[in-house]
Design a binder for this molecule. Structure first.
Ligand SMILES: O=C(O)C1=C[C@@H](OP(=O)(O)O)[C@@H](O)[C@H](O)C1
Ligand SMILES: C=C(OP(=O)(O)O)C(=O)O
Length: 433
């Protein structure tokens, strides 16, 4: 399929990460949450009337989601900083480019099942090895016809008939919480609603499922999540939304971690006091690693001295933070163990292997365990850090660069997956133009 414009925005440029030669003093405005933006987009496309998403994230993953929804009949229009979403009759034929976005490749097939016609999906080369099977299998169980050449992965084609009867599905979502979220987001539009039961090893990223349930309830959908690993979505209309998208707290993580690593203070305005974003956990993590962290009405303030403690932490709920936490841990004065993150092997890249390999190349000491990483701080040296098309590997390398002279980040534009102008924002953090 021809590349979508949102897919061609990456330049392979290597970027010398700036070294911090003094304490930081910066205020960083962080753009909207990827996870919230893409949930709101899907719900707005399925709603009965038009929705307004205020200050959504515009990055590769969300532009791909908007493009995917447009291609099946939804009108997504820029209104200043906002997006006006007008739902239309869902239809094929359409070709959807998922890029490397887990949210697009998992959330869109159930939407395509509600479209009349054929919808084909493909994405980046690595997207073809990200786990996808349980979503396709669940849709087949519900009677949806899908062709995937027997691979249970991208590329595949969904043959929608415009309606899905619904009912109950049992799936193993231990590889990704997005399998559950994907089905819950559309369940109210199935004739009988939908019951999803997870059976298997523990679910990762539970806060992301809670975020889905809250977004559904904000749209007037009745969801019963009272029993563990079971969600019941009543059939109903989906109400239109008028929502302000919170800043992306996982994208904020490298910026606030910088205050601990380099010393000084970093403030993030509009940090929500209550949130379903898993990335909020960075506050407790940085506190445990030695930062002074305070959340007030004006936002979050993180201060540090440059002295970092190691920690033992279970990141099962918030795997997104792993690369940045690993970078901070590599600069600590004692060892760290990061647990509960075996599922990161199916993320943008095999993140456990990528972190171990790159820290080792820099002179670090990092071991992979069955479900995580052990990091023993060692003096690190400057080197090209490979990013494997993973935005969070690039952000982690920038954190290391604050304290290790000579770090160069390969393909820094990969950060555009979830954060526009990362290099400009990172330079501004250090007071550089
Ligand atoms: O639903 C979401 O928005 C997400 C869920 C999580 O996925 P996994 O459960 O696959 O880790 C998270 O890591 C990802 O960045 C975003
Ligand atoms: C795992 C991530 O993304 P995705 O939504 O593509 O799964 C991530 O952003 O860290």
């Amino acid at each position: 399929m021809p590349p979508h414009p949102a897919s061609t925005a990456t330049l392979d440029a290597d970027w010398p990460a700036p070294y911090a030669d003094g304490p930081l003093d910066a205020t960083v405005a962080v753009p909207g949450s990827k996870s919230l933006t893409n949930r709101y987009l899907v719900l707005a496309a399925l709603a009965g009337d038009e929705s307004l998403l205020r200050r959504p994230l515009r990055s590769r993953d969300t532009l791909l989601m908007a493009a995917a929804l447009r291609s099946v009949g939804t009108d997504v229009t820029d209104v200043g900083d906002d997006w006006l979403v007008r739902p239309g009759a869902l239809h094929g034929p359409a070709e959807i480019d998922c890029g490397l976005a887990g949210t697009v490749m998992r959330f869109m097939p159930p939407v395509a099942a509600l479209a009349q016609g054929q919808v084909s999906f493909d994405g980046d080369e690595h997207a073809r090895v990200r786990p996808m099977g349980p979503v396709l299998q669940a849709l087949r169980t519900l009677g949806v016809q899908i062709e995937d050449g027997g691979t249970s992965s991208l590329p595949f084609t969904v043959h929608g008939t415009g309606r899905v009867a619904g009912g109950k599905i049992v799936m193993d979502a231990s590889a990704s919480s997005q399998f559950v979220s994907a089905l819950l987001l559309v369940g109210a539009r199935f004739d009988q609603g939908l019951t999803v039961v997870h059976e298997g090893k523990p679910l990762p990223s539970q806060p992301h499922i809670d975020m889905t349930v809250e977004a559904l309830r904000d749209s007037g959908v009745v969801v019963d999540d009272g029993d563990a690993n079971t969600w019941v979505v009543e059939p109903s209309e989906i109400h239109s939304l008028d929502v302000e998208v919170e800043p992306d707290l996982s994208n904020a993580a490298p910026f606030v971690a910088a205050a601990l690593v380099a010393g000084g203070t970093v403030r993030v305005p509009a940090w929500p006091q209550f949130t379903t974003q898993a990335g909020d956990a960075i506050r407790d993590i940085l506190d445990a690693m030695g930062a002074d962290v305070s959340l007030g009405r004006d936002g979050l303030t993180v201060s540090g001295t440059g002295e970092v403690n190691g920690l033992d932490v279970d990141l099962h709920d918030v795997g997104e933070l792993t690369p940045v936490v690993a970078a901070v841990a590599a600069l600590a004065t004692s060892s760290s163990q990061l647990r509960g993150i075996a599922h990161l092997r199916g993320h943008e890249t095999d993140r456990l292997a990528a972190i171990r390999t790159e820290l080792t190349r820099l002179g670090g000491d990092c071991d992979e365990t069955e479900d995580g990483l052990i990091i023993r701080p060692r003096p690190l040296h400057g080197e090209l850090v490979r990013t494997y098309g993973d935005h969070r590997m690039a952000m982690a390398a920038a954190v290391l660069g604050l304290r290790v002279p000579g770090i160069v980040i390969e393909n820094v534009a990969t950060t555009g997956k979830t954060l526009p102008d990362f290099t400009g924002r990172w330079s501004a953090l250090l007071g550089r133009a």
